[in-house]
Design a protein around this ligand. Structure first.
Ligand code: FE2
Ligand code: FE2
Length: 471
């Protein structure tokens, strides 16, 4: 069941036509999604032809088809990865038993909650990025933005399918609520903090796709391990799309750095603002911000909820099978560095209560890889600056560090010291104003804004100067 049926109103590979009730329920939700997309999705550009990829098959080869399409005509659908025959639960109390194809009654509300929290982030990011098209640094980047937006819209469909298909009436209500909460809305905000922040400029967007979409990778990776097989298969396919979002961030920041270093060399100065680029200290501050808000998304370091999800088999660790322990964790210890008084103390915990923290650690290691690549660009240009990830406890609002101020090096500082130095840790008002002032649209095929270098290759073997969006 890998091929996708595009003749249905809702493209799918789940034999939707065989389940009339579900099909009708989703067809009812469809116009609400369309309304949400036109009201909260990309402002303007809805009538432009955009060079987008659409999934045509979920198998290893040829799952993506490229062509120009207007955004409202994009074929959002329900795509699950192929079922793994005889798949067994890989962790927790039920390890080794067959996976579930229906939701067990006792885990119904926990599973629904996990799906709703994940589902809520998908439309949230589209809302956050609504106005970015108006200041795109190139047609290539504009196209990438819209590619990400339509795929986040599809991820919403993926979660809504699970809610409608497996959670009856409460599932349908939750699916409606996913379109009623909005990013930054004071009455009905999105569930998680980072998804209520503004993404008002492209530097923030590129860092968001690097750091916050990567949180998505880790959450989806943990849910992919789930004993609830439809959730596992849904997340597996979403992960394939997610990889591109992180590429946009990693390569985009690489291009920002390249441009900055080119100008530093050409004019023999570190003051690249004069030349309309983003200086490395400012980039470091933006990086500090996006990394720290993304760390909050993993929740508290110690968590009984997370432990319960793990032992029930609902949510595992990233790459669960790569761990060499017993995958039950009841008898294992793990260690956490936390602040007691004014010192760091290493405390021992039962490993199962630290699974959130374990996911965050995997994430931090992954984030560091991109930094190494960015630093290579900088050093190859003969520049001495080194970009770094701030300490895990820096600027945190969730978890054990929330009551402390730590500087990016991880030293505990007083409120007064924090206030005094805050503008050197995080983007100041002035930095934000400067970055926003650079955001002028460039819609000429092949041309780039002053603050970013051209990509080394185009999309799907097209040249960089291809007309990715027909203006
Ligand atoms: Fe997503
Ligand atoms: Fe994403």
């Amino acid at each position: 069941m890998t091929s996708i049926n595009y003749s249905d109103l809702i493209p799918n590979n789940v034999d939707l036509a065989e389940d009339r009730r579900l099909q009708r329920a989703l067809e009812n939700w469809h116009p609400r999604f369309k309304d949400w997309w036109s009201e909260m999705g990309p402002a303007q550009f809805q009538d432009k032809d955009v060079y987008l990829r659409t999934a045509v098959d979920v198998g290893q080869e040829g799952w993506a088809h490229f062509g120009h399409v207007q955004l409202p005509d994009y074929r959002w659908g329900i795509f699950l990865s192929e079922a793994e025959p005889d798949r067994k639960i890989g962790f927790g109390e039920f390890k080794g038993e067959p996976v579930w194809h229906e939701v067990p009654g006792e885990f119904r509300s926990d599973l629904r909650r996990l799906i709703v929290v994940q589902g809520d982030t998908e439309p949230a990011s589209v809302e956050q990025q609504r106005y970015l098209g108006q200041t795109a640094p190139s047609l290539y980047d504009l196209r990438n933005l819209f590619q990400i937006n339509v795929e986040e819209g599809r991820h919403l469909w993926a979660m809504v399918y699970l809610l409608h298909g497996y959670f009856g009436r409460d599932g349908r209500e939750e699916a409606d609520a996913l379109l009623e909460r909005h990013s930054g809305d004071s009455n009905q905000p999105r569930i998680l903090g980072a998804f209520n922040e503004k993404t008002s400029d492209w530097l923030s967007f590129l860092l968001f796709t690097y750091f916050t979409d990567r949180d998505g990778k880790y959450q989806l990776g943990a849910l992919k391990e789930s004993a609830f097989d439809p959730l596992s298969r849904t997340c597996d396919f979403m992960l394939k799309e997610e990889a591109y979002h992180m590429f946009v961030g990693a390569s985009g920041i690489g291009r920002v750095i390249q441009r900055t270093c080119d100008l530093m060399q050409e004019f023999n100065t570190s003051d690249v603002r004069e030349h309309g680029a983003i200086d490395l200290p400012t980039l470091q501050k933006y990086l500090n911000f996006h990394f720290s808000v993304s760390l909050d998304l993993f929740g508290s370091e110690t968590s009984t909820n997370a432990a319960n999800y793990f032992s029930a088999g609902l949510k595992g660790r990233f790459g669960e099978s790569s761990y060499s322990d017993d995958h039950v964790l009841n008898t294992h210890s793990d260690y956490l560095d936390e602040i007691v008084g004014s010192d760091f103390i290493t405390k021992e915990y039962s490993a199962i209560t630290l699974v959130n923290q374990e996911l965050r650690r995997s994430y931090i290691d992954d984030c560091a890889k991109g930094l190494r690549r960015w630093n290579r660009i900088i050093s190859e240009m003969g520049v001495e600056t080194v970009l770094t990830l701030p300490h895990e406890g820096f600027n945190r609002h969730v978890g054990k560090f929330r009551d402390y101020h730590l500087n990016p090096d991880g030293e505990i500082v007083s409120q007064a010291e924090w206030d005094k130095n805050k503008d050197s840790y995080l983007p100041s008002e002035n930095d934000r104003e400067y970055v926003v002032s650079l955001m002028k649209p460039v819609y000429e095929p092949g041309l780039m804004a002053s603050w970013i270098a051209a990509p080394s290759t185009g999309i799907n073997t097209q040249p960089v100067e291809y007309e990715y969006v027909k203006m």
